[in-house]
Design a protein around this ligand. Structure first.
Ligand SMILES: Cc1cc2nc3c(=O)[nH]c(=O)nc-3n(C[C@H](O)[C@H](O)[C@H](O)COP(=O)(O)OP(=O)(O)OC[C@H]3O[C@@H](n4cnc5c(N)ncnc54)[C@H](O)[C@@H]3O)c2cc1C
Length: 565
């Protein structure tokens, strides 16, 4: 089975320690139980119990220390990070978040040339430390150009930092906060290591009410020396963007984990609820909602897993991950919202109950599309790749499944962030041709119409500057890339043909919806509008397939998992 099941974790790690990390993490939550998870959530309790567990089991040391800086068990391994992130999301977004901001905080450190801070970070991880990423500011969010945090030389070779940061997770307790600033003398950007317990580090407040501490902090004449500086100038700029390249991938796994747990809960409830002499799961619309939710969830997982293969195989000459990662960030997380919406339409009042995991999931699923760059920011990024993706495919090495125990060292050596428009991709058409399935065929035809529209009625200059219009185009393009990644991994995992066709039944309907949206845009020309109309297609109906998917895949999950109270 492709969905995470706490009692059947994926067994194929090359080393025992990786499997142990996953097993012990699951054990921690299963022992804590749903009731205490819910109580802590409702009382917004800081998750010290979880941090203590991570420390006693050296989990962040194993998972977050690159191979060169730690013991035998340490490496940065996106394959195992994926399952770890999924498990944390499965038990609650707060637990995932403490890891996520640690990953972000470590990014500028592992990307730095400052060997002393790197060694210190490794020691702190070994000692159970958590980390933070101080990028966003209150007035200008993630607009790095407007960074107000200032680092001023004092004249004796040292500096003082002044300014504040906002929305900084773990900012109350992080062993190191990687703080992004501007030098007041040269105007250069820089990252420096900050100690959250220093007297000149002022913790202003938690800006959210939750188990997370999402800090506003201020630095008041905070003393900094060269020994604290992680990077300057272009290197600091690149470290900011390259860290987000790594971190944004994890958001997909939080969504997948939340949705998987919510799915088990919802189908269990519906399959045991009887109304008007029938079971809720007998209603045709309920079957459709669950089947769509399941198809979307499997697709989310296939895409996120496949993106990991490209991330792990990336080089300076093969930067395909720079398209696939924002697709995971933007599309997997918004699909997560769709999954929860479908499930909630079924379980209705039950989804509000304070004892359900669902109540947490339905609230927290909304966060993922908005963090680390909004959906808009990521679509704006994705459309930069559209021309080369469709019209200038390259002969690039085929990337297989990357479940080996490599240390993903390239991620901390990604280099310049410029030149996105020059990145090339392999031709997406062959993978669609290899799947002789009715709905894959319909979807390919829709994609072909879109491509023809781009070739014959390309965006006008005004359209290219109209973000609202570009977002509509970007949704369609993203869906094509998403479908490609689904198929590549469906082939690798040998996903049953019925299920793949069901996933594409959903994709055909989604594509039609996006075409209507684009058709309705004021800026769309009548000629482009005609192509939009031609993209509206009906999926190929196959009652027998639908029934098999329902019985063998969807309804089959009704009693699969229930979290201990
Ligand atoms: C719970 C939580 C935890 C967080 N943790 C951290 C953290 O640990 N460290 C950290 O540094 N930050 C953190 N953040 C900040 C988070 O990354 C930003 O909130 C997020 O990037 C969105 O920025 P914003 O909310 O300031 O939106 P704004 O930048 O104010 O954007 C406003 C609107 O403009 C749009 N927009 C902005 N720029 C563009 C663009 N280039 N193209 C198209 N549209 C655009 C946006 O989509 C949005 O609709 C956190 C935020 C929250 C809520």
């Amino acid at each position: 089975m492709i969905l995470l099941h706490p009692n059947h974790l994926q067994p194929d790690y090359p080393d025992e320690r990786s499997a142990e990390v996953m097993r012990k993490t699951v054990e921690f939550f299963e022992t804590k139980g749903l009731q205490r998870i819910r109580d802590d959530d409702q009382a917004a309790v800081w998750y010290q119990d979880f941090i203590d567990f991570l420390k006693s089991e050296r989990i962040f040391a194993t998972m977050c220390t690159p191979a060169d800086y730690g013991g035998d068990d340490t490496r940065w391994d996106t394959w195992r990070n994926a399952e770890f992130g999924e498990i944390l999301g499965f038990y609650g977004l707060p637990y995932w978040y403490v890891w996520q901001v640690t990953v972000l905080g470590l990014g500028p450190i592992w990307m730095s040339d400052n060997e002393a801070v790197k060694q210190r970070a490794a020691d702190l991880l070994d000692d159970g430390g958590i980390f933070a990423f101080g990028l966003s500011e209150k007035e200008h969010g993630a607009d790095l150009y407007s960074t107000g945090m200032a680092l001023t030389p004092t004249g004796d070779g040292t500096y003082v930092a002044n300014g504040s940061k906002y929305y900084i997770g773990n900012g109350n307790d992080a062993a190191i906060v990687s703080t992004f600033a501007k030098m007041t003398d040269t105007g250069e950007y820089c990252f420096f290591a900050t100690d959250s317990q220093h007297p000149n580090y002022r913790l202003v407040k938690n800006v959210v009410h939750s188990q997370n501490y999402v800090a506003e902090y201020a630095l008041d004449d905070y003393p900094v020396t060269d020994a604290d500086i992680l990077s300057r100038g272009e290197a600091a700029w690149n470290a900011a963007l390259n860290t987000v390249n790594i971190g944004k991938y994890n958001l997909g796994w939080a969504s997948i984990g939340l949705c998987t747990h919510a799915f088990y809960e919802a189908i269990h409830h519906a399959a045991h609820r009887h109304l008007y002499g029938m079971t809720v799961t007998d209603f045709s619309h309920v079957k459709r909602l669950f089947t769509d939710a399941y198809a979307r969830l499997v697709a989310m997982k296939l895409v996120a897993l496949r993106a990991s293969d490209y991330m792990r195989s990336a080089t300076r000459d093969d930067r395909r991950y720079l398209l696939y990662n924002p697709v995971v960030k933007m599309k997997v997380t918004t699909q997560g919202e769709d999954v929860i919406n479908h499930l909630w339409d079924v379980i209705a009042a039950k989804g509000f109950e304070k004892d359900m995991f669902f109540e947490m999931a339905s609230r927290d699923i909304r966060a993922l599309p908005k963090l680390e760059g909004t959906v808009h920011v990521n679509i704006a990024l994705i459309v930069k790749f559209m021309k080369n993706y469709f019209f200038v495919p390259a002969d690039l090495p085929e990337v297989g499944q990357r479940n080996d125990d490599a240390n993903d060292s390239f991620l901390f050596d990604q280099g310049p962030t410029k030149g996105l428009g020059t990145i090339q991709f392999h031709d997406y058409a062959p993978i669609f041709e290899r799947f002789d399935l009715p709905n894959v065929k319909v979807f390919s035809e829709q994609a072909e119409v879109f491509k023809t529209m781009l070739a014959t009625q390309p965006p006008t200059e005004a359209q290219s500057k109209d973000t609202d219009w570009l977002l509509a185009v970007g949704e369609i393009f993203t869906l094509v890339v998403y479908a490609q990644l689904v198929l590549e991994n469906a082939e690798i995992y040998g996903i049953e043909r019925d299920l793949v066709d069901e996933i594409f039944d959903v994709a055909v309907r989604d594509m039609s919806e996006f075409a209507v949206e684009m058709h309705g845009k004021a800026a769309t020309t009548p000629e482009q509008g005609e192509y939009c109309m031609a993209m509206i297609r009906k999926p190929v109906q196959d009652d027998a397939r639908y029934k098999r998917v329902w019985e063998d895949h969807v309804y089959a999950q009704r009693d699969t998992y229930k979290m201990p109270e």
